[in-house]
Ligand binder design. Structure first.
Ligand SMILES: [Zn+2]
Length: 319
C-alpha cells in the first residue's frame, strides 16, 4: 500500500482522492488530473482522455468516473487525465495542439526541450506512465470522423506485454481489436519502452457527445478496472467478444479537395469496392479510392473538405 501517492503537484494519502492541475514543465499549459490512492493494496492504472481535444465522449466519461469512483472501493491507485490536450479542447481543434500544430499521439516518448506537444508527451511518459502497471488511452472519432467502436493493441511490444494487453482488450464491449505497428504513440510507447500492458480505445465521433457513448465508455472502463482487481464493482456481461484484426489499411488523401465517401463505419466491404472520391472545386474527379481486400470499415472522414495526407478511411481485414 502506498502511504502517500504522489503525481507531480498532487498527493493523496491511503483512501484519498485528489483533483487538481499539473504543470507541463516550464510552460503556461496545465492538465486536469485526478489521483486516487485506494484503501487496499493493488496495481496502478493510468487513464488518459482527450489527447485529441475534440473527442468528447471519452473526456466526459473520464470526468464523470474521476468524480464518482470511491477510493474506499479501490485496491491500488488510479490516475485519470481529463483531458490531456486542454488547448485543443478549448479551441475545438481536431487532432492537434494548436500552439505547435502537432499531434500528441505521434510524438511519444516526447522531449522535455521540445515544443508543447513533445513536452506534454514527456510529462505523460516520465511522470505518469512511469508509475503505472496498466494504461488505457481513451479516444474516439475526431470532430470530422465517424467510427465503429474498436481497440488498438501494441503489436510490436514484448510477447508477454502483447498478451496482457489483449487480455485487457477482451473486457471491452467492442466488436474488434486491431494490431498496431506504431512505436511513437501514447500506448505503443508505454508498452514498448516501459513494458506496461496498454491499449487505445475508440468510441463515438463526429464532434458529438452522445450519452449512450459516454455510458458505454464508463461501463467498459469499470469492467476493466474490476477485471484488474483495482475496483470493487460488478462486471457487466458484454454483447460482443472482440475479434482480432491483424492487418489494416489507413488510407490518406493524395490531394486537397472535396471528399465524397461511399461507405460507412462498421460496414463490411469487398475487394475492389469503390470507397470514395475526391474532386476539385469544379466537380472533376481527381482521385478514386478502392478497397484492397475484403474488410470492415473502422473509421471514415465525414467532412466534405480533405487535405493532402489527411486520413480518409481505415479498414481492417476480417479473418
Ligand atoms: Zn484520438
Amino acid at each position: 500500500m502506498k502511504k502517500e501517492f504522489i503525481i507531480c503537484e498532487l498527493s493523496a494519502k491511503v483512501g484519498e482522492k485528489k483533483q487538481g492541475f499539473i504543470n507541463i514543465l516550464n510552460t503556461e499549459t496545465k492538465m486536469p488530473v485526478t489521483i486516487i490512492n485506494g484503501a487496499n493494496e493493488g496495481s496502478t492504472v493510468l487513464i488518459t482522455a482527450g489527447v485529441h481535444g475534440g473527442e468528447y465522449p471519452c473526456i466526459k466519461a473520464a470526468i464523470e468516473l474521476a468524480k464518482e469512483i470511491d477510493p474506499k472501493k479501490v485496491s491500488g491507485q488510479i490516475i485519470i487525465v481529463h483531458p490531456v490536450n486542454t488547448q485543443g479542447f478549448v479551441g475545438r481543434n481536431a487532432a492537434v495542439v494548436p500552439e505547435d500544430n502537432k499531434n500528441i499521439l505521434r510524438v511519444f516518448p516526447g522531449d522535455k526541450n521540445g515544443t508543447i506537444s513533445e513536452k506534454i508527451a514527456y510529462v505523460i511518459s516520465n511522470e505518469l506512465q512511469e508509475k503505472a502497471d496498466f494504461y488505457l488511452d481513451i479516444h474516439g472519432g475526431d470532430i470530422h470522423e465517424d467510427l465503429l467502436p474498436h481497440i488498438y493493441y501494441p503489436g510490436l511490444a514484448d510477447k508477454s506485454i502483447i498478451e496482457a494487453s489483449i487480455n485487457m482488450a477482451k473486457s471491452f464491449n467492442v466488436p474488434y481489436y486491431v494490431k498496431s505497428n506504431t512505436t511513437n504513440g501514447t500506448y505503443t510507447s508505454a508498452a514498448i519502452r516501459k513494458n506496461i500492458p496498454s491499449l487505445l480505445i475508440e468510441r463515438g465521433g463526429c464532434g458529438l457527445c452522445k450519452e449512450e457513448d459516454v455510458k458505454e465508455y464508463k461501463r467498459d472502463i469499470l469492467n476493466v478496472l474490476s477485471v484488474l482487481n483495482v475496483l470493487d464493482c460488478e462486471i457487466k456481461e458484454n454483447e460482443f467478444s472482440p475479434r482480432e484484426i491483424k492487418e489494416a489499411v489507413y488510407l490518406e488523401a493524395l490531394n486537397d479537395g472535396c471528399w465524397t465517401c461511399f461507405v460507412k463505419a462498421g460496414q463490411e466491404i469487398k475487394e475492389g469496392e469503390k470507397l470514395g472520391e475526391v474532386t476539385d472545386y469544379f466537380g472533376n474527379i481527381i482521385d478514386t479510392y478502392y478497397a484492397k481486400f475484403d474488410a470492415v470499415v473502422l473509421y471514415n472522414t465525414v467532412a466534405y473538405s480533405v487535405t493532402k495526407d489527411s486520413s480518409l478511411i481505415a479498414y481492417g481485414r476480417i479473418n
